[in-house]
Design a protein around this ligand. Structure first.
Ligand code: GLN
Length: 496
């Protein structure tokens, strides 16, 4: 095998099964590539020994012909998933030294199916961000470059920026991500890979560091749609340890990829035509709609009237839940504790630990969240945002009741921007990155981002498809058809 790193998950699985390559060779090739690409800052922890041990066990199974569904496939894990005995940081200083005693359900499912862990991937602190610039462990760089941009370094998107950059730069066959408002789909679009956020409740949240519990979902970030289908099948499933996990059978999502979408109805929501959207994104969107029409789908205009309230509602609900979830980081139970001076009591210990342990964006969210939940403001902000959320969900319910099978939108309002081009000075600019993705989390729906083109600078752009609840198979199949029609493989000009 000349180029092990170019294999996607499906191809690696087939090569492993045919014994054209061993899992150990594959893991070693990735570990070497990771070492050579440290400047991208994708991994915060490399688990080389674990990877070799897991790969050895996979090779032993593969030799008997009794391969598991993901046997021997090297994966990167977003550092929000608790991994037993392996540092888990959530990109935060406050979790310094935290080695969970337990394994998250999603990662357990992946290891149960034979996958191999390469390491833990960098991310925005507590998954708050859209550019992977809020991590305590420094920003992640994308392997992409603007055609005429000299050497300017680009962000991979966020919060699953380490996952996106690692898959795009061939530092993992695939990776896990989490998505609270777009953190799988937006970085996938920025780096030319595929990412799906399943229906809320499809993947167990047990053992995933919580950001906003009513919005958080895990999902795969992969080179293409087939890989996403394969990996999602392993990741999800009912888990009694998460009361919001759905007790539903997991279909074989790969089997749903027929490419036949004749008779499907695709909705184009007029409210997603935002002012200031670049012409090339408008074109990407209408080209995508044409491709689906040519493949036999019916494309119809639809209206989701409450879309414009989605970002403000999200930025009330998500910080509110975060402020409550992050109360547990107090210097007593996990990670970092500030050094104290004589006379300091428990209050000083909490205050100093949290001031040192949390970065600016996390502190901002905790303050906003505490404010919108405070007596006197609770009804004006939090309860109003919850009502808006219900209306947003009702818009989608109505459209699906009218016979729409999936909704096509842009994934992001722009291509990736440069590191340092969007600063802390105006957080709202950063929040606008999520304008097309947050509605999907608020309504609990499945959404997928597929790379469908390049902008004038040669940077990847993605389209988003939003599906009916629990119909990930159908959604993946429509995405698969779109991917086939585009016939486009997004590759950075230079591998690192
Ligand atoms: N960018 C959004 C935020 O900062 C979404 C993050 C996410 O999905 N985890 O909240």
């Amino acid at each position: 095998m000349s180029d092990l790193l170019s294999l996607d998950l499906a191809a690696a699985r087939d090569a492993l099964a045919k014994r054209e390559v061993s899992s150990t060779e594959l893991a070693d090739a990735y570990l070497q590539a990771m070492e050579a690409s440290e400047h991208l800052n994708c991994y915060v922890t490399t688990t080389a020994d674990k990877a070799r041990e897991m790969a050895g066990a996979a090779d032993a199974r593969l030799a008997t012909g009794d391969a598991l569904p993901l046997d021997g496939i090297p994966l990167g894990i977003k550092d929000l998933f608790c991994t037993q005995g392996v540092p888990t940081t959530a990109g935060s200083h406050i979790l310094d030294g935290f080695r969970p005693e337990y394994e998250s359900t999603v990662t357990s499912n992946l290891w149960r199916d034979g996958a191999v862990m390469l390491g833990k991937l960098n991310m925005d602190e507590f998954a708050m961000g859209s550019a992977n610039v809020t991590s305590y462990y420094g920003p992640v760089e994308s392997p992409w470059k603007r055609q005429d941009g000299g050497n300017s370094r680009l962000v991979p998107g966020g919060s699953s920026g380490g996952s996106a950059s690692a898959v795009a730069a061939r530092l993992a066959v695939a990776a896990t991500g989490t998505d609270t408002g777009g953190s799988i789909r937006q970085p996938a679009a920025f780096t030319g890979i595929t990412g799906i956020k399943p229906t809320y409740g499809r993947c167990s949240r047990w053992g995933i560091v919580a950001f906003a519990s009513s919005l958080d979902q895990a999902g795969p970030m992969t080179k293409d749609v087939r890989d996403a289908a394969i990996m999602l099948t392993s990741m999800c499933g009912h888990d009694p340890k998460d009361s919001t996990s759905a007790d539903l059978a997991v279909p074989d999502f790969e089997a749903a990829l027929t490419g036949d979408i004749k008779g499907k109805t695709i909705g184009i929501p007029k409210e997603y035509r935002m002012e200031g959207t670049p012409a090339e994104i408008e074109k990407l969107w209408s080209d995508g709609a044409d491709m689906l029409r040519d493949a036999g789908a019916k494309v119809v205009d639809i209206s989701l009237p409450h879309t414009k309230y989605a970002l403000p509602a999200y930025y009330v609900i998500a910080p509110a839940e975060a402020s409550s979830n992050l109360a547990r980081y107090d210097g007593v139970r996990f990670g970092h504790r500030a050094s104290l001076e004589a006379g300091d009591g428990i209050t000083e210990m909490y205050e100093k630990t949290r001031a040192e342990g949390f970065g600016h964006e996390v502190q901002r969210r905790v303050m906003v969240g505490t404010y919108v939940l405070s007596a006197g403001f609770y009804d004006a902000y939090y309860n109003r945002a919850r009502r808006v959320r219900a209306l947003i969900k009702r818009d989608f319910d109505q459209v699906f009741a009218d016979g729409v099978d999936a909704i096509l939108t842009p994934a992001t309002p722009s291509a990736a921007f440069g590191l340092g081009e969007m600063t802390d000075a105006d957080p709202i600019q950063m929040y606008l990155n999520d304008v097309f993705t947050v509605t999907v989390n608020l309504a609990g729906l499945p959404g997928i981002s597929v790379p469908t083109g390049l902008d004038s600078q040669g940077l990847p752009l993605g389209l988003q498809l939003i599906g009916r609840p629990w119909e990930e198979g159908d959604l993946l199949n429509i995405a698969y058809r779109l991917e086939q029609s585009v016939g486009f493989v997004a590759k950075p000009s230079k591998w690192w």
